[in-house]
Ligand binder design. Structure first.
Ligand code: FBP
Length: 549
């Protein structure tokens, strides 16, 4: 495989680590924990893994070598996030330090690899090829849900064949929920298989009191912010385009908010705010139009608008429409068999409630069609395929044309659309993500070695230099609550949406008027730097810095 000079150089980058993880560790246990909500239900559903203490890793003088040999299986689950390979490298190195005879197997293509018994033995040669690289291609990823007993039992069978006594699941909130269910089931069955989770997702919504950030968020936001900065510089040079930029992130607006903090665009929409203020699509259009008109009055017919990809689901009326569509289209063979967009559109219109039907009919046909595309395995509409930026351009354009005819707008509106998502998910991990992920992998090894299960590996104190980071484990049940999924109440990890009382959002609110203003206050972050001064290369996200300030 041919490599770029940067790839070659990164292969020998040694991730920075907390002092506590640099040799043997000792676990110190805190008090018993409670789930974040619905304690009685979660306790009943997880009798063996509920209430476990938080664990902290401290340096120990004991020899690191252990006579016990362990075989571990690792799974990458869900969307790619920069740093996943380093979690696996940390796991591999951690296991080999404990005992060179320890083995690490990778289950192929995500959770389905465990169910179908598809795996590979990860050797030093393979691992070395993937150190500090982006992507999940070392073993592949997938979105199969691990939730059925027969799947868990297949897992036991393959683990017994390979002598695997621990499974590490690297995933987001849904995958770690499944990790917890699996840990509980394996304890009940007393089959001797531990399950450890690791916090992954570029979306940044797997965070809480103990998990400061999910890995991948840092790199992905830096990539998008670089691109936004480049576009802003172009906009400020040509002075003729409005750029509407949709950013990945499924539900929460953490990515859009972080990119706004890094690049200071003229407008950034925050879905959580839209929901809290019960805004309609027309309200949102008005917000954007007001900024465009004010800038046009100052002779500036250009600018940037950031749009979180989940926006559409946070507009209350749209949420109702999407929910009706989810219910209508779930396993609907009649709909699937219909030929052509028009027949499908008529079918949908005839089944919706009057209010949703009116909204559906008011949408541009392309967007309405995108709302009826296939759902993901969790039954969610795939927001990454809904071109909200085009919808907004069309609606804003119409409103401006109307205002022009009435003499209320004298500018020129020429808009371009962009969607940044896949560009950032497999980028070469920033130093932050490379270091953080490697430490997560090492921490997971120690949790396994100490016989723990139902825990998520954690590394915190992340705004301090890596040497001062604190490693440990948090019981996954602690992050859980009950939520309605597919019509049933289920135990799930609570998703972290943007906190409207939190410091990152408050900072944004305090500055957005000046960013919208005629005086351009763009920031151009430039590309991620891997070598150079720490203030350029090792900075965590603005979100993390503000949260910890
Ligand atoms: P995870 O939650 O699995 O980490 O995935 C996040 C994400 O990148 C979202 O931001 C996006 O909406 C979705 O995955 C896209 O999914 P897919 O990769 O299936 O197109």
């Amino acid at each position: 495989m041919q490599k770029s000079p940067l790839q070659i150089a990164r292969q020998s980058y040694q991730p920075k680590m907390p002092v506590a993880l640099q040799g043997a560790v000792r676990l110190s246990a805190g008090k018993p924990t409670e789930s974040v909500a619905d304690q009685a239900d979660i306790k009943q559903l997880f009798p063996n893994t509920y209430g476990l203490p938080i664990l902290t890793m401290e340096p120990s003088d004991a020899p690191i070598h252990s006579d016990k040999t362990i075989n571990v299986g690792v799974i990458l689950s869900g969307g790619q996030a920069p740093g996943g390979h380093n979690v696996i490298c940390g796991l591999f190195d951690g296991l080999k330090h404990l005992n060179p005879n320890n083995k690490l197997y990778g289950f192929l293509g995500g959770p389905s690899g465990l169910i179908d018994g598809k795996y590979t033995l990860l050797t030093a040669d393979i691992i070395d090829e993937y150190r500090n690289t982006g992507g999940f291609d070392i073993i592949g990823s997938g979105r199969t849900k691990l939730e059925e007993t027969w799947q868990f039992d297949n897992g036991i069978k393959i683990c017994k064949e390979l002598g695997i006594s621990a499974i590490v699941i690297i995933g987001g909130d849904d995958s770690n929920t499944n990790a917890c269910v699996l840990a509980e089931y394996y304890l009940q069955k007393q089959c001797g298989i531990q399950v450890i989770g690791c916090p992954k997702t570029i979306d940044g919504d797997l965070k809480n009191e103990m998990i400061e950030t999910s890995f991948g968020f840092d790199t992905a936001c830096k990539v998008y912010s670089e691109l936004i900065g480049n576009i802003q510089r172009d906009a400020n040079s040509a002075k003729k385009y409005w750029h509407f930029i949709r950013l990945m992130g499924r539900s929460a607006s953490h990515i859009a908010l972080e990119c706004a903090l890094q690049s200071q665009p003229n407008v950034c929409l925050i879905s959580e705010e839209v929901e809290a203020n019960n805004l309609t699509l027309n309200d949102i259009v008005k917000q954007i139009v007001d900024v465009i008109v004010a800038r046009a009055d100052a002779g500036l017919n250009f600018g940037t608008v950031l749009i979180p990809e989940g926006l559409i689901e946070f507009i209350p009326a749209m949420r109702v429409l999407i929910q009706e569509l989810n219910d209508l289209l779930a396993n609907n063979e009649e709909f699937a068999a219909l030929e052509g967009d028009d027949a499908k559109r008529e079918y949908v219109k005839s089944a919706l409630t009057p209010a949703s039907c009116e909204l559906y009919r008011s949408l541009p046909k392309g967007i309405a069609r995108q709302l009826t595309l296939d759902r993901d395995p969790h039954g969610n509409v795939m927001v990454s395929q809904i071109e909200t930026e085009k919808l907004l351009i069309e609606m804003v354009g119409k409103q401006l044309a109307k205002m022009k005819a009435e003499g209320r707008y004298k500018g020129k509106f020429s808009a371009l659309n962009h969607f940044f998502g896949y560009e950032g998910r497999c980028a070469i991990p920033s130093n932050f993500d490379a270091d953080y992920c490697y430490s997560i992998g090492i921490a997971a090894t120690h949790l396994i070695h100490e016989g723990k299960t139902g825990y998520m590996a954690l590394v915190r104190n992340l705004t301090k230099p890596a040497a001062e980071w604190i490693a440990g484990g948090v019981p996954i049940t602690m992050m859980m609550n009950m939520e309605r999924r597919n019509g049933k109440m289920k135990p799930v990890i609570q998703k972290a949406l943007v906190d409207l009382k939190g410091k990152p959002y408050q900072y944004f609110v305090a500055h957005r008027a000046e960013w919208a203003d005629a005086n351009t206050s763009y920031i151009y972050p430039g590309p991620i730097q891997y070598y150079g001064p720490a203030e350029v290369c090792d900075q965590p996200t603005k979100t993390l810095l503000l949260e910890k300030a």
